[in-house]
Design a protein around this ligand. Structure first.
Ligand code: 2AM
Length: 179
């Protein structure tokens, strides 16, 4: 891609938990069953993920710093039990979430936030709420619908790139770390 003279090339990046394709399909099926007539934009199965830390526009040198920082993060594997449907009013998103956030997940997010800060990023100031967005631009809160819990054994996290293409946004894992 060509850039105007002087413009710095960046990638739109974030750290995330990235489910295996079978699990993405399962989450998509659950979302379809819970929100059959969602008046919004459903997230495609192959894009379903849990954001850990959003970074935004990242330059090449910053990416190296972030990868080094991620390599230093120590966390334990954990089981994420997705057992509730939630809604964020401002971005109007519906998501699958957890009644109980594993301590190991909080530690992982804290470690990544610390690393991101060391690389010059300002992480989200609000407390972390684990969520797997299933629909965007939902004008109305779908409410507290019951959900058969889905247990997701998490053993790695990923640095992800978000790319805009003619058919919409696509997320691509750039690198995985075992935890
Ligand atoms: P979310 O919608 O599930 O919260 C890649 O763009 C991912 O990063 C999105 O799926 C989104 O996750 C999250 N994201 C995008 N923009 C963001 C922002 N400004 N602040 C925090 N998270 C953001």
């Amino acid at each position: 891609m060509s850039h105007p003279k002087g413009a710095v090339e960046t990638q739109r990046l974030f750290f995330a938990l990235w489910p295996e394709p079978e699990l993405q399909q399962r989450f998509a099926q659950v979302a379809m069953a819970l929100l059959p007539n969602v008046a919004g934009r459903r997230v495609q199965a192959e894009n379903l993920h849990c954001t850990l830390v959003f970074l935004g526009a990242v330059e090449a040198a910053q990416r190296l710093c972030l990868e080094d920082a991620a390599s230093l993060v120590r966390a334990e594997p954990f089981t994420l039990t997705l057992d509730r449907l939630g809604y964020f009013h401002r971005p109007q998103t519906a998501w699958l979430g957890c009644t109980t956030t594993p301590v190991a997940l909080q530690a992982l997010v804290a470690g990544l936030c610390y690393g991101a800060q060391a690389c010059g990023f300002t992480p989200e100031p609000r407390p972390y709420e684990v969520h797997l967005t299933v629909a965007r631009k939902c004008a109305r809160d779908p409410g507290r619908l019951p959900l058969m819990p889905i247990a997701w054994r998490v053993k790695q996290f990923a640095l992800m790139e978000s790319g805009s293409e003619s058919d919409g946004v696509h997320y691509r894992p750039l690198r995985f770390w075992d935890i």
